[in-house]
Design a binder for this molecule. Structure first.
Ligand code: PLP
Length: 360
């Protein structure tokens, strides 16, 4: 067996321990004679899995009791529609556009009402987070929307926007569980789990209870109504049961690692290794404003597209996978999520240093 260092933005690296445990339980989950993907989602066995996963997630994030945790399908992208359908009572929402994912969410919301772009960093290819301390928040806005960590561009909100009392909705796909957060500051925080938590195909949406109502936009499908899933504890229909099982294992792993404060420390250590090197390198450069740098997604370039391609190719041959930047921006990107070990980042920096000597 040979594992590579996988710097993919998503689906992404998972803790080896979790994969091994899942492999051991594949044919016979704890004596029940079948795998988790073969069992009824209404069984006692699965009930324990989903309830345990939720309890561990609540524990990790210190989720207040007046928030529901929903395990939903359709990925993060489905939330782009589900959020306006469920929250746009006045048919007005304010969007802060800091990257492709925020832009897609903003465009989707326009189908359902007036979606105002109240701030953007598109003027400088999304390389920074705009000042959000005093934005023109609409008086009748149903919510203010952000993408907290911009997976493609590698920026992160270090401070949440001043929403002037309006409900904050945040896509946290690529920073989910990377550090402690104060859930009570959000109306909804949600993320596709394939970035920092589990396999693809599921989104976890953490929603304050007063936002879960029957008053949704006319024509909203039953399956896209938060209340449907909240009332059924995410078991209205067959959920992504295997994904919930793996996520549950990752939550257990995170607790064993010391929880989110410990993860934050580890993530800061990893990011510092890489950013410090980028800051001193004569060949490689980071592409975003230093104060807005993400701890999870680190884009960088040499400034020469041929040399970028050579680097990606040679890195792959040396066992560093998926370092090519997003197709919309080019260059390189190292995603260094929770499950990427410190050794992986150290090895990457060493490899970059050698490449610099040979090609600088
Ligand atoms: C990957 C990503 C998405 C899209 O996720 P899907 O599950 O593929 O829909 C949305 N937002 C952010 C921030 C992402 O990183």
């Amino acid at each position: 067996m040979s594992r590579v260092y996988n710097f993919s933005a998503g689906p992404a690296v998972l803790p080896e321990e979790v994969l091994k445990e899942a492999a051991e339980e594949m044919l016979d989950y704890r004596g029940c004679g079948m795998s988790v993907m073969e069992m009824s989602h209404r069984s006692k066995m699965f009930e324990e899995i989903i309830q345990g996963a939720e309890a561990d997630l609540r524990d990790l994030l210190q989720i207040p009791d007046n928030y529901k945790v929903l395990f939903l399908q359709g990925g993060a992208s489905q939330q782009f529609a589900m959020i306006p359908m469920n929250l746009m009572k006045n048919r007005v929402a304010d969007y802060i556009v800091t990257g492709q994912w925020a832009k897609k969410a903003w465009q989707e919301a326009q189908k359902y009402g007036k979606a105002n772009k109240i701030a953007s960093s598109e003027d400088k290819t999304f390389s920074y987070i705009p000042d959000c301390s005093d934005l023109p928040i609409s008086p009748d806005a149903d919510y203010v929307y952000i993408c907290e960590n911009n997976t493609i561009y590698g920026t992160k909100f270090k401070e949440l926007p001043n929403t002037k009392g309006k409900t904050l909705v945040a896509d946290v796909s690529s920073c989910f569980l990377s550090e402690p957060v104060d859930v009570s500051k959000y109306g909804i925080l949600y993320g596709g789990v394939q970035k920092n938590i589990g396999p693809a195909g599921m989104v976890i949406s953490i929603i304050r209870e007063d936002l879960i109502t029957e008053e949704v936009l006319p024509g909203t499908p039953t399956m896209l109504t938060f209340k449907t899933h909240a009332d059924a504890d995410s078991l209205y229909n067959t959920p992504n049961s295997y994904c919930i099982y793996i996520c549950g294992k990752v939550f257990q792993w995170l607790k064993k690692m010391g929880g989110l404060s410990a993860m934050k420390e580890r993530n800061e250590q990893k990011a510092k290794l890489l950013y410090d090197f980028l800051d001193e390198s004569s060949l490689f450069h980071g592409t975003v404003v230093p104060k807005d740098r993400s701890l999870m997604n680190v884009p960088f370039i040499t400034g020469d597209t041929d040399l970028d391609a050579k680097f990606v190719k040679e890195a792959k041959e040396a066992g560093f996978e998926n370092l090519k930047g997003h197709r919309s921006v080019g260059g390189m990107r190292a995603s260094i999520y929770n499950a990427m070990p410190v050794e992986g980042v150290k090895a990457l920096v060493d490899f970059m240093r050698t490449f610099e000597k040979e090609n600088g």
